[in-house]
Design a protein around this ligand. Structure first.
Ligand code: CIR
Length: 313
């Protein structure tokens, strides 16, 4: 596996599309079995494709952005020290490799030092199987990130509604759980933003409900505390597990010591999980999931988790 040297993008039907400057696509390891890039019509759900073991591939593509040199000047609420930039790059590379290993073709965007937090691309958009919605991040320093990522998103989703002022929503507050979306109300996502997003989701046929995490000091976003991993199962911080909203789901509860691990990501037949949380990893395995552990130490220092480093679709 490695970067495609020509500036080309391979379509699922074998066609090739030219890439803009500053973007690179990676072929997944299983490319020879047909799991290659998707450039379909806008807002159209990717066709379900099966891997060699007959498992449906849920995602075929991801957009990531390289960490900027000034990554350490981004926003953070934790006091875990200054990120080591070499390690940041290394961990980001391992993350990209893991996505490719899960069968995804990556659009890799260049670092953008106008926005130190811009490697956390998840906050700029919500992508569903039926279309994408642009967010309006709640932190002023991140507002321009949406415009910056738009050209890459537009290739897949040309007609994309957006959250309008005065509403704000960070993608990290939005948790897909099948046909339902949990919308976190946080210090980044407000009621007006959630109201607008609920309307856009309803237009796409999804239900949604809000979960207020503003009083929880240990998490930045809703998805810092819960993740949907498929099979009607939520991974959830113990502190939030009693919420009646989660009543119809199987829960994998994450204790306080391992709570950072609650931000994990189902990517096709794997669940990406932060390294160093053995109880959670074992619990996932016991329920039949395949955890793939990744070192996230440097992103954690900037309040980042696994989900925020990519947009998957
Ligand atoms: C921020 O505070 O906005 C970034 N330092 C971290 C964003 C993490 N994003 C996410 O969890 N979705």
């Amino acid at each position: 596996m490695g970067p495609i040297t020509k500036r080309q993008f391979y379509r699922g039907d074998g066609g090739v599309v030219q890439l803009r400057d500053g973007e690179r696509d990676y072929l997944p390891e299983r490319s020879s079995k047909g799991c290659i890039g998707y450039v379909g019509e806008a807002s159209k759900a990717p066709r379900a494709i099966m891997n060699s073991r007959g498992t449906q591939l849920l995602f075929k593509h991801a957009i990531v952005r390289a960490p900027a040199m000034n990554f350490d000047t981004g926003l953070t609420t934790v006091s875990l020290g200054v990120p080591d930039f070499d390690k940041v790059i290394e961990q980001h590379e391992r993350y990209c490799e893991a996505l490719a290993r899960c069968g995804l073709t990556l659009t890799r965007l260049d670092a953008d030092d106008r926005y130190p937090d811009s490697t956390f691309v998840e906050d700029t958009a919500v992508i569903t199987e039926r279309g994408a919605i642009l967010m309006r991040p709640g932190a002023e320093s991140r507002a321009g990130e949406v415009e910056a990522i738009w050209p890459a998103l537009q290739r897949f989703f040309p007609a994309t509604p957006t959250i309008e002022a005065p509403g704000t929503v960070d993608g990290g507050d939005i948790c897909e759980a099948g046909e339902h979306y949990f919308l976190g109300l946080s210090h980044r996502t407000d009621e007006e933003g959630a109201r607008q997003l609920a309307g856009h989701l309803a237009a796409l046929g999804y239900t949604s409900s809000t979960i207020d995490v503003r009083a929880m000091e240990t998490i930045l976003h809703l998805k810092s505390g819960i993740s949907y991993v498929g099979e009607n199962t939520l991974v959830v911080m113990e502190e939030m597990a009693d919420n009646p909203e989660f009543g119809g789901f199987e829960l994998i509860k994450v204790n306080e010591v391992e709570s950072y691990g609650a931000n994990c990501v189902r990517v096709n037949d794997k669940v990406l999980v932060a390294e160093g949380f053995p109880r959670l990893t074992a619990a996932l395995r016991n329920r039949g999931f395949e955890p793939l552990a990744l070192d996230m130490s440097e992103f954690r220092k900037m309040d980042g988790g696994l989900s925020c480093l990519s947009l998957r679709f």
